[in-house]
Design a protein around this ligand. Structure first.
Ligand code: DC
Length: 219
């Protein structure tokens, strides 16, 4: 069974997907981690984010692997564990150069489908419902008010001592929303057959319980 969840940054997708995976015994697929992983590779190898040909070659020479662990998943680039480093704000800042490239998206879609083959999976990202798993058993689009999403992101950034002001995070999130939803290839969009869930006033446990009910109806 495939459960596909899309939505903008801070909508609560990751928390919900991890909670659902735990409760249902499914495998969690964090597709954003794959885009983050290649962004990490580009940064750490000193490659130029604007050099498409160079990036294409670099991608061919890069192995990206996700392994499931008890606490979620671990991400490896060329066998280096980059699970923590890919969350750094500098990666988030540069990821749009990578996630907008068609050849990158093609490769990530292949990796994501390979990862899910033969498993029960909860997959979250921006194009899970529209591109990667168009025949998913359940499609969900999560959203929340931009200020609430910024508040959630602001507290995550404290881990990196890089939270800045709440206003600057609101601006940042609005810019990411714009980039994610207007890019040419696989933009973030709400599919007509996806269940819409606004999490602005919901706590994580409520979201998971509501979604479990919905999914049980499909099973
Ligand atoms: O979910 P996240 O914040 O880790 O995603 C980081 C970025 O990766 C996000 O700004 C857009 C991109 N992304 C994407 O383009 N497609 C996906 N399926 C997942 C993430």
């Amino acid at each position: 069974m495939i459960i596909a969840i899309d939505g903008p940054a801070g909508s609560g997708k990751s928390t919900a997907a991890k909670g659902l995976a735990k409760r249902l015994g499914f495998t969690y697929l964090d597709s954003g981690a794959m885009y983050r992983a290649f962004t990490w590779k580009v940064s750490s190898s000193g490659a130029d984010f604007g050099d498409k040909e160079g990036l294409c070659k670099l991608l061919d020479d890069t192995s990206i692997r996700i392994e499931c662990s008890a606490g979620g998943s671990e991400v490896f680039v060329d066998d280096v564990n980059v699970t923590g480093e890919i969350r750094h704000p500098s990666i988030t800042e540069n990821i749009h150069y990578i996630s907008s490239l068609e050849f990158v998206r093609r490769r990530m879609v292949e990796l994501q489908r390979d990862f899910a083959r033969g498993k029960d999976v909860i997959a979250e990202g921006r194009d899970m419902c529209s591109v990667v798993f168009p025949n998913a058993d359940k499609k969900i689009y999560m959203d929340a008010d931009v200020k609430e999403r910024a508040k959630r992101r602001h507290s995550e950034l404290r881990t990196f001592n890089d939270e800045g002001s709440l206003d600057s995070v609101v601006e940042d999130i609005a810019q990411r929303d714009h980039r994610d939803s207007t890019r040419q290839f696989a933009p973030l969009k709400r599919e007509p057959d996806a269940l819409y869930l606004d999490t602005t006033d919901l706590c994580a446990d409520d979201v998971v319980s509501m979604l479990i009910k919905e999914i049980k109806e499909e099973q």
